[in-house]
Design a protein around this ligand. Structure first.
Ligand SMILES: Cc1ncc(COP(=O)(O)O)c(C=O)c1O
Length: 411
């Protein structure tokens, strides 16, 4: 019911603090998705940046030139990180899903305009994020799933057989969410480009992770605009870019050719010219400000340090899991995401015990597994987690059942 009378400010805040008590303890490193904590210093900066731009609206870039400039800067640094060539461009969106929806929309328009495609299809690995299915549902495309090979990467031969006249977009992930593996991007992108089809690398998770791992000397397979057939990419500043939520970048290899297919313009109404590159109308300014602030605060040096901390923690966790005879890490995750299960015991029963000890590990199926996205702050809880995991494996009973298994959508 709509409140008849307003409450005192302190009471409003107190009620929210009470509601918040049921929320996950992400600051203590107990959650393994949804939030990517980089430590208190970064959090402090993000609070200030959000505060500074709480009320502005990024819909009209001419009214708030500072926002326009910050968006250009964030898109520019992301493009250079991902080796986008001269003439590339992009925009900020509210998150990975919106970036993906915009890439799908652009691919659909391009396929219609350039190849007369009337029943557009997306060819995508089984491990691709649900955002592509959401985009397909919203925008009227069909989807065709590429099966995974034994290493849990998209099977290139199978992909070749699925691409056809009506394919508007081929997709690969770097890395994918479920296993943290990177699809064979050069091979998939070549299949698309030799037929004049758009190719999207989904590096929502990897966009601010893989480039720094590469700079640190880790072997990273080609995934970005250095691969000739990649036409669009998504990279989320609100994941391993460490910005607060609502910040992603979608990039096009060629502004003049490809990005025009993303644009929406309208002037057949009394309200004046209206144009926008993404789904939202009114747009919050704070995520743009937070993204700009954290990128400039950390700089390459700061990202290298944080990525290195997260990677080291992820490797420690991976080795700890691999040392437990009942458990197995699925595939060969090469960054900070991993999932693990078992061929010997019920992994969801282990998860139940971990739940009771206050760890929030997301469950997934196909194969049954527990999932982790490791952040820099997990370095300080990695050993305790492994201790609890060893004991949970030793003392698990039977799983509480399917109801307990569903832990809600993860990020
Ligand atoms: C690989 C990948 N792509 C896309 C997304 C969607 O991003 P968002 O939740 O910001 O919409 C995610 C989310 O985790 C992801 O892991």
């Amino acid at each position: 019911m709509f409140p008849e009378k307003g409450l005192a400010r302190e009471e409003v805040l107190e009620r929210m603090r009470t509601l918040k008590k049921a929320d996950a303890d992400w600051q203590g490193g107990r959650t393994w998705s949804l939030i990517y904590p980089a430590g208190e210093e970064v959090d402090e900066l993000l609070r200030d940046a959000n505060n500074l731009y709480m009320f502005e609206n990024a819909l009209n870039p001419f009214r708030f030139p500072s926002l326009r400039q910050m968006e250009i800067d964030v898109v520019g640094v992301t493009a250079s990180l991902l080796h986008a060539p001269e003439g590339a461009d992009g925009c900020m969106t509210s998150g990975g899903t919106e970036s993906i929806i915009m890439a799908v929309k652009a691919a659909r328009e391009r396929a219609r305009a350039e190849r007369g495609v009337t029943k557009p299809e997306i060819v995508l690995p089984e491990s691709a994020h649900p955002a592509f299915y959401k985009a397909a549902t919203y925008l009227g495309l069909e989807t065709k799933q590429i099966p995974l090979d034994k290493d849990l990467r998209a099977d290139v031969d199978a992909a070749a057989g699925l691409i056809g006249e009506q394919t508007a977009l081929v997709v690969g992930s770097a890395p994918n969410y479920p296993f943290g593996t990177v699809d064979p991007i050069p091979e998939l992108a070549a299949l698309a480009s030799e037929r004049g089809i758009s190719f999207h690398t989904d590096s929502c998770v990897g966009g601010f992770l893989l480039p720094f791992l590469e700079k640190l000397g880790h072997p990273i397979p080609p995934f970005d605009f250095r691969v000739p057939g990649v036409t669009t990419m998504s990279a989320d500043v609100h994941k391993y870019g460490y910005a607060t939520k609502g910040a992603s970048v979608v990039l096009h290899r060629e502004r003049d050719h490809l990005m025009k297919y993303q644009l929406f313009v309208f002037d057949n109404w009394p309200g004046g010219f209206y144009g926008s590159f993404a789904m939202a109308g009114a747009r919050p300014a704070a995520p743009i400000a937070a993204a700009w602030a954290v990128i400039h605060y950390l700089g390459e040096e700061g990202y290298r340090r944080l990525v290195s901390n997260a990677y080291e923690a992820a490797q420690r966790i991976r080795s700890g899991i691999e040392a437990i005879p009942e458990l197995r890490v699925w595939g060969d995750p090469l960054a900070t995401l991993l999932s693990f299960g078992s061929e010997k015991i019920d992994i969801f029963a282990v998860a139940d015990v971990m739940d009771d000890r206050g760890w929030h590990l997301d469950r997934q199926t196909g194969p049954n597994a527990l999932h982790m996205m490791v952040s820099p702050i997990h370095a300080r809880v990695a050993d305790t987690l492994l201790e609890d995991l060893r004991s949970a494996v030793a003392h698990h009973g039977t799983s509480r059942g399917t109801e307990a298994r569903y832990s809600g959508p993860a990020d």
